[in-house]
Write a protein that binds this ligand. Structure first.
Ligand code: CTP
Ligand code: CA
Length: 227
């Protein structure tokens, strides 16, 4: 199997994929997180590895198993995720599929917050997290990957927000998906995505997350001139 994998079209290509949610601690026992299952990001990491890429999957806490045939780095917070990605650059391709928390807790308590009768509820103060996708996209020189792919999970105005993200973040592609209630995207197995790049939009029919991953890996191979 080893030799088969390393003989794929992405042989010699270094890839980093972020996946899953991040956790931002409120105190030692509580955190802020989100509904990302990690299914899509993990499937992309596996699909790239199946084409022979040397893949590092940087994942927040998920309940699905680690994919085999690639390196898995487990992190909790967005800052940890950024550091894990940064320390593994340079790479030819970076895919940011993680649902990174936009804010972290500014007033994190070092001991468990206790409630006292009559006290007002505590206030959680938030402060912005670093943007991993933007940091990687705007890296300079050899640290800038050949191809940087981001996701746009939206509940409304999908294309408008996705196009805005493509422009603002400086990545090469945005994979846009509708995560509004009823689509079953978050936690589910299916996904309907649109791939935006400087040439326009490519809309794919609804398909399983594994198939989205395979098609994306093939598109990546083509873009890198490897297929
Ligand atoms: N992303 C990231 N680091 C962050 C926030 C987002 O790497 N701190 C990446 C995600 O992995 C995804 C893309 O940026 O590939 C878009 O994430 P999204 O949450 O949709 O966009 P935001 O810019 O955070 O905007 P908003 O949440 O307001 O829609
Ligand atoms: Ca966000």
């Amino acid at each position: 199997i080893e030799s088969q994998l390393s003989d794929g079209p992405l042989k010699g290509v270094k890839a980093i994929v972020t996946s899953g949610p991040t956790r931002e601690a409120i105190d030692p026992v509580r955190f802020i997180a989100n509904r990302s299952s990690g299914k899509q990001g993990h499937a992309i990491a596996s699909a790239l590895a199946a084409l022979g890429a040397e893949v590092t999957l940087v994942s927040g806490p998920v309940s699905i198993p680690d994919p085999t045939g690639l390196a898995v780095v487990k992190v909790e917070s967005a800052v940890q995720m950024l550091n894990a990605v940064r320390s593994r650059l340079p790479a030819h391709v970076v895919v940011c599929a993680a649902a990174v928390a936009d804010w972290t807790v500014a007033n994190r308590a070092t001991e468990k917050r206790k409630k006292k009768v009559g006290d007002p509820p505590p206030t959680i103060e938030l402060t912005p997290n670093p943007d991993i996708l933007m940091t990687v996209s705007k890296a300079e020189g050899p640290l800038r990957p050949t191809l940087v792919v981001g996701f746009a999970a939206e509940t409304e105005k999908l294309m408008e927000h996705a196009a805005d993200k493509l422009a603002r973040k400086g990545c090469d592609w945005i994979v846009a998906n509708d995560v509004s209630e009823g689509t079953g995207t978050f936690g589910g197995d299916a996904n309907t995505v649109h791939v935006l790049d400087s040439d326009g939009v490519e809309s794919w029919p609804a398909m399983g997350k594994e198939e989205v991953a395979r098609k994306l890996a093939e598109r990546i191979a083509k873009a890198l001139g490897k297929a």
